[in-house]
Design a protein around this ligand. Sequence first.
Ligand code: TYD
Ligand code: MG
Length: 479
Amino acid sequence: MAAKVRSKFVCQNCGSSYPQWLGQCTQCKEWNTLVEEVVDRVEEKRGTPASVKGRHPVPVAIEAIPAQDGPRIALSDGEFARVLGGGLVPGSITLLGGEPGIGKSTLLLQTALRNPHLKTLYVSGEESEHQVKMRAERLGNSSSEWRVASGESGGRAHAPDSPLATLPSNCYVLTETNTQNIFKHIDALQPGLVVIDSVQTLHTAVLDASPGSVGQVRECTAELMRFAKTTGIPMVLIGHITKDGFIAGPKVLEHMVDCVLQFEGDRDHAYRLLRPLKNRFGSTNELGIYEMQGSGLAEVEDPSQVLLGRREERPSGVVVAATMEGMRPLLIEVQALVSSAVYGTPQRSSTGFDLRRLNMLLAVMEKRCGFRLGQKDVFLNLAGGFRVEEPAIDLAVVCAVLSSNADIAVPMDSCFAGEVGLTGEIRPVTRTEQRIAEAAKLGFARIFVPKGTKGIAPVKGIEVVQVGQVSEVLSHLFG
Ligand code: TYD
Ligand code: MG
């Protein structure tokens, strides 16, 4: 008997479903986001994996459960492995989110190519086999391991379509978007890692909705989840982030998967950050830093070194902040430019730092330190396209603005860490010792930290100045 076709209306923003159409989603209050999706015999077709059939879980004492902390799968990419918490966990599902063009496909293809011990199935719903191959050749070109002797071929490294003897044989490419077919190929190939590029292109026969809709993305992910858990094959899914920053439109996927990694960075700059938003097997305080090069993503082991560059002298308005990105100390250059407003209303613009917070700091400088910034244009910029959310960068922002305003350079050998409060007080920050150690390592002679920071052991070669008020810092710097 043919099952009755049922349909429901799903909000494309938050994933709530309704039996009938509404103009506004009552959950997230967005307008015109409900889309009809046909729910076609979901329960029957979904099926149960053979291994799960007939199994009825019973309560088990926690001490009686055998420990199953199997070995993690090592990855040659140190940054990726660290962000995952020390390698891939068998049977885990990881979602890699990021804006289009940021380098998600590059990161995962290069993971597939550079781990010869790992048989990888790269499922591409977005690019053809040829496109994937072209990218692989580009990635392979730079790696000395597989570089062909390009010198002899008259400067041309590879003839197009010539079989690249040096590309590793462990990576398989599949251009398929139907989940049931993908599972068949996985069963036949038995890979050690499956990459899905991207989850928005998948569709399952169970649902009639179009690929990319909330229902499809959710149902496909659920299928992949069940498959990964029963087979023990780890999977990494790529998910595009929409304008408003949600992974796959709604946040629904984040709850389902084991790890959510976000790949971010400014497309005009070469640096990319890999940040764990959720990790069932490790800390979310890790951070991976890459540089996008002509031949793929290169790990950046000492980011502060790269970000600070080498300067003979520092102009006014440029200050170094000792920030933390997760667990990693990161010294970063803050640049400010203050000039008289040309138009009636002064302009405030900020790259890499919250504009509202900048406005607040300007108000503090005006009210508590007596600087007349009300009629000034203020521009703020962080080096390398980085974004810093941490409040410990406040003090450096204040110093950069005041330095530019007075046109007096801040000594090159100083750096800053401290949150600035509304009364102009400098408030404690986390992990001060790590910041001091990093500054000392990079050759700074002086670091300004909040007053009352306890337990700071003296570090050789660096003077630690404890300051309680913005005005104290100013008298240190500008006399
Ligand atoms: P891609 O991985 O396709 O992004 P996503 O999958 O997140 O949409 O990355 C695309 C960008 O990366 C593209 O603009 C070109 C650049 N790129 C390099 O600079 N070097 C390289 O070796 C590769 C493969 C890409
Ligand atoms: Mg891509």
